[in-house]
Design a binder for this molecule. Structure first.
Ligand code: SAM
Length: 254
């Protein structure tokens, strides 16, 4: 079997057009929306948010749902292919955004301006694509700059702690819920999580990711200046640190 899309160099260069075409099947929009249960919409609206930037919009799942809920959404991503797909999906669903933009996280403040949004979200295990601590620090600093004082940031990532400490198990109830799609780590150590995705038609892709630990991400948020970091596990709090698949980290700009 041919494995497509082995790491191509930069963090979003991995999203080649043929992988992007499969991405929506992988995401499984309806079941993913059901599993999220409106968590992000509730949390953002409860924090008084009106304008939000989804800075890793991918094919548009969260950006579109946030816009449907009445929030004013800017959909951004570093990958032109992903942005093209987001625009296509939004048009099909009759959803409009404040703006769509190809933007790398480290240049975000230069691309969109400072103190522009009440909230910034980076969801669906996206932050894992940065492999250098310095890049993660710089991206987080740019996130801090584009959020208004009093604003909120949400970052969500896989529960790599439990994978690294106890091995991989996944209920597959969240995120990668597309029918018949298999997603699992082919290689896992403290520097690399190489995930494989197998589709029912035999298509087979790989993505390389950096296994982010929960405490590390909280510290990155605090080092950038965010305060009051709260963590949820699979959208609930409190949560069992070892038995959830995904962690949502929420923090505020003073
Ligand atoms: N949030 C979407 C979802 O949950 O379906 C997409 C998640 S996908 C795993 C990660 C996304 O992050 C990709 O669309 C990729 O292009 C984007 N990305 C990775 N590194 C980036 C960077 N440095 N700047 C901007 N976008 C980046």
């Amino acid at each position: 079997m041919t494995i497509r899309n082995v790491n191509t160099g930069n963090q979003y260069g991995q999203y080649t057009p043929d992988f992007v075409d499969y991405w929506d099947d992988l995401v499984g929009w309806e079941s993913r929306a059901a599993s999220e249960g409106g968590f992000y919409e509730r949390l953002l609206k409860g924090s008084g948010v009106r304008e939000v930037a989804d800075v890793a919009c991918g094919t548009g799942f969260n950006a579109i749902n946030l816009a449907k809920s009445g929030l004013v959404v800017t959909a951004a991503d570093g990958s032109e292919n992903m942005i093209a797909k987001t625009r296509e999906n939004a048009a099909q669903m009759g959803v409009t955004f404040a703006e769509t933009k190809v933007a790398d996280w480290v240049k975000l403040d230069k691309e969109v301006g400072t103190e522009r949004f009440d909230a910034l979200v980076c969801l669906g295990n996206s932050f894992t694509h940065l492999f250098e601590h310095e890049a993660r620090r710089d991206a987080m600093e740019a996130f801090f700059k584009v959020v208004r004082p009093g604003g909120v940031v949400i970052i969500d990532h896989r529960n790599y702690d439990s994978m690294l400490d106890h091995g991989y198990t996944s209920s597959h109830q969240h995120y990668y819920t597309g029918k018949g799609v298999d997603a699992y780590p082919a290689e896992l150590n403290r520097y690399l999580a190489r995930f494989e995705y197998k589709f029912p038609d035999g298509a087979h892709f790989q993505l390389n990711m950096y296994p982010l630990r929960q405490d590390y991400v909280s510290h990155l948020l605090e080092d950038a200046g965010f305060i009051n970091v709260e963590r949820y596990g699979d959208f609930e709090k409190p949560y069992d640190r070892e038995n959830v698949d995904f962690i949502q980290q929420v923090a505020y700009k003073p």
